[in-house]
Write a protein that binds this ligand. Structure first.
Ligand code: ZN
Length: 316
């Protein structure tokens, strides 16, 4: 199951939700999954469509409980993708579409448009209801990426006004969303793990939140380990290259100049380097008497490099 479905199913299982908040979810379902058309005999036909069975059930029972309306239900199976089904709730004037619109605080965007928009902002006055509205918007038109891959959560709207309204509401919870236009719809989206964790908390998906946090921790650890390993490998590479160069130069000195020509300090480090080609500068320094720090050892080895290089140049 995709992470999106996991989150949605968890949200649909939320119990002990206040009636005011259940109504707010219905408002969101109407705004983000609803279409409206003028009915032949006057009034309006409303259709709510979703691919999530649990959400269809939840909205159905909320409409029944809060408005005393029994929507008609239809399921449409896609012929191409047998797994996908659309669940549709129909509310005709006879069933009580005007009552539902009034109670859910929605109206028709304009007479030519089939969209429903919020008309009565008092629906979102309480914070509990604002959270429920975001939950509804996510259930109706949202998706979340698998956190193993990337951090991305989006809410799809059909008008830019709706997308901006969602952005504003997210802003009330200090979530900074951005909007892009995609194939005729408007997408309000969040990036970054922390924002998405906050959103899941607001919506009430606490299990999914824990799952995401675990993935984040593991990802962080993996990144840190990789960084350290890469860093150590790079350093090791440099150390080995330097050691090979030093050993070559020391051999050159021994064969072409003679250790006798070196001062005692250089002679000592030269023979130690020949013997311990794998040792780090710090380790070499500790073998000296008296011991010498890393930069002191480095200084002497560079001196040996210079002696060898100078001699080679003079020979040319
Ligand atoms: Zn509420």
């Amino acid at each position: 199951m995709s992470f999106s479905s996991t989150v949605k199913n968890e949200l649909c299982r939320l119990e002990n939700v206040n009636d005011c908040c259940l109504l707010s979810e219905v408002t969101a379902a109407l705004c983000f999954s609803g279409l409206v058309a003028t009915a032949a005999g006057g009034g309006h036909n409303i259709r709510i469509t979703t691919e999530n069975a649990a959400f269809a059930r939840r909205i159905y029972s909320s409409i029944k409980k809060l408005c005393g309306i029994n929507p008609e239900v239809a399921i449409r199976k896609s012929k191409k993708l047998k797994k996908h089904a659309s669940y549709m709730l129909f509310i005709t004037p006879c069933i009580g579409s005007e009552k539902l619109m009034k109670q859910a605080g929605v109206t028709i965007e304009d007479e030519k448009s089939p969209m429903l928009v919020i008309a009565d902002k008092s629906i979102l006055k309480r914070q509990c209801c604002t959270k429920a509205f975001l939950r509804g918007a996510f259930l109706a038109g949202g998706s979340i990426s698998d956190p193993e891959k990337t951090y991305h959560l989006e809410l799809t709207s059909r008008t830019s006004a709706q997308a901006n309204e969602l952005k504003r509401i997210l802003g009330l919870f200090k979530l900074r969303a951005r909007i892009i236009q995609r194939k005729g719809s408007f997408v309000t989206y969040l990036k970054e793990g922390e924002n998405i964790v906050d959103f899941l908390n607001i919506a009430g998906a606490h299990n999914a939140l824990m799952e995401l946090e675990n993935v984040r921790i593991l990802k962080d650890m993996r990144n840190n380990v990789n960084r350290i390993v890469n860093c150590e490998t790079a350093n090791l590479g440099k150390t080995i290259d330097a050691s090979i160069r030093q050993v070559e130069n020391i051999k050159y000195i021994a064969e072409n100049i003679g250790f006798d020509k070196l001062n005692p300090g250089l002679k000592e480090i030269a023979s130690l380097r020949m013997e311990y080609s794998d040792a780090s500068l710090v380790e070499l320094g500790q073998m000296l008497s008296p011991p010498l720090g890393k930069s002191g050892v480095n200084h002497r080895l560079r001196k040996l490099d210079m002696i060898a290089e100078k001699h080679r140049e003079e020979k040319l």
